[in-house]
Design a protein around this ligand. Sequence first.
Ligand code: ZN
Ligand code: ZN
Length: 454
Amino acid sequence: MFCLEKKEIFQKPLEEIIEKLLPSQIDIDFHIECLKAQAVIARTNMIREYLKIDKSNSLHCSYRFYSQRELEEMWSEKYVENIGKIKKAVEETKGLVITMKGKPIMARFHDTCGGSTENSENVIKNEVNYLRKVLCLYCQNSPNLIEEKDFSIEDIEKALKVKFHLDNPYSKGEIKGFFEDIERDEENRVLSINVGGKVFSGKEIMEGLHLNSTRFYMTPLYIRFTSKGKGDGLGFCQYGGNELANRGYSFLEILKYYYTGVDVEKYSLPGIGNPLYGKTIMIDPGHGGKDSGYIGELGLKEKDIVLEVAKMLREEIEILGGEVYLTREVDEERFLSKRSEMANRIRPDFFISLHMNYFPNSNMKGCEIYCFRGDTESREMGNILLKNLEEVGLVNRGVKEGNFYLLKSIGVNTILVELGFLSNLEEEKCFSEKNFIKDLSRAITLGILEYFEY
Ligand SMILES: [Zn+2]
Ligand SMILES: [Zn+2]
């Protein structure tokens, strides 16, 4: 079990977080419509959590997350069979949140209400207009409908930190509802006693229960507590919801039954799970078509590598909510003037041109980034990207000033990245591996995120 830190919350897509959270909140064996209702609940609460974190600047999200292994242990043989349903429930409710007057509600839920849910003021002190009591005759088959628990007097004393005064046993010694109206003589022998509404003499009790004398008294040793339902009864009753789903109700109908007067609508916060929301990045894979760029000893072509990186980058950036344009999608020629014209028309927040380097001395390796003279923003972006790329093993050759056509002609922040050297066999090998391309793209994406965050 682990806690998500603020940074992770910002970086992980919301839907991925919900998918992780859901199997620890509800029985994964439940009907898909019920799981969907819980997915919307989890998303609603997560967005509230996010708003809280955002405001308080605290480092942790109060939700606990379970690892896959812990979840497999939790659900044992049910896991494999049902985990696909969890994914589906999240996907089919993507972005949906329960709201009241446009704001995400406090989506409380519990296991089994036992006949009716609760009014909020009885549980959390304040009156919440969507957490009202509703009748629920649907959780009658819940295994948690009735719970019986026996406590010894000692257990109760310990748990509640109280002391029962049973030290003068011969005084009255009644147990209301069981043994009442006890009359004793001056020697404490029982003369008469009312047991369950019927009056007995002390002698009758002594004989009936095979006691040694009529000088007896009673002490209760165990108390049985029977409780109906499970949980605080606020909001959504999961077993009730499951039964409604079995009867053909949709997750929307289920949610609206348990939460009074709410709406269920698409809701997206720019930040949550979409930390690059609102940012536009244009990626420019250099060369193309007849122009292969450099070609390595193993035959790897610059135009192909940079296109592969560009596409992977688009995937990674889009996961974080950013918008991505590529100057070319396929292996075809693109004049520099055309690339620059595209950039000036779309005006992205950043333009990143991708290339591979080449040098006669095959020992030369590493990544270098060019920006236009005096463009401090691009220099900062370059430094962050290089720092991140060091983590995937690329040598940091620094940010340099360049006088390239694209750097001069594009009116937005622009960098040109020479990812590595095709004249270096070791680097060429790296760039031929799919996993390396993925790690590299991720490193660049996180660098872009870092740049925009600080
Ligand atoms: Zn119920
Ligand atoms: Zn090039």
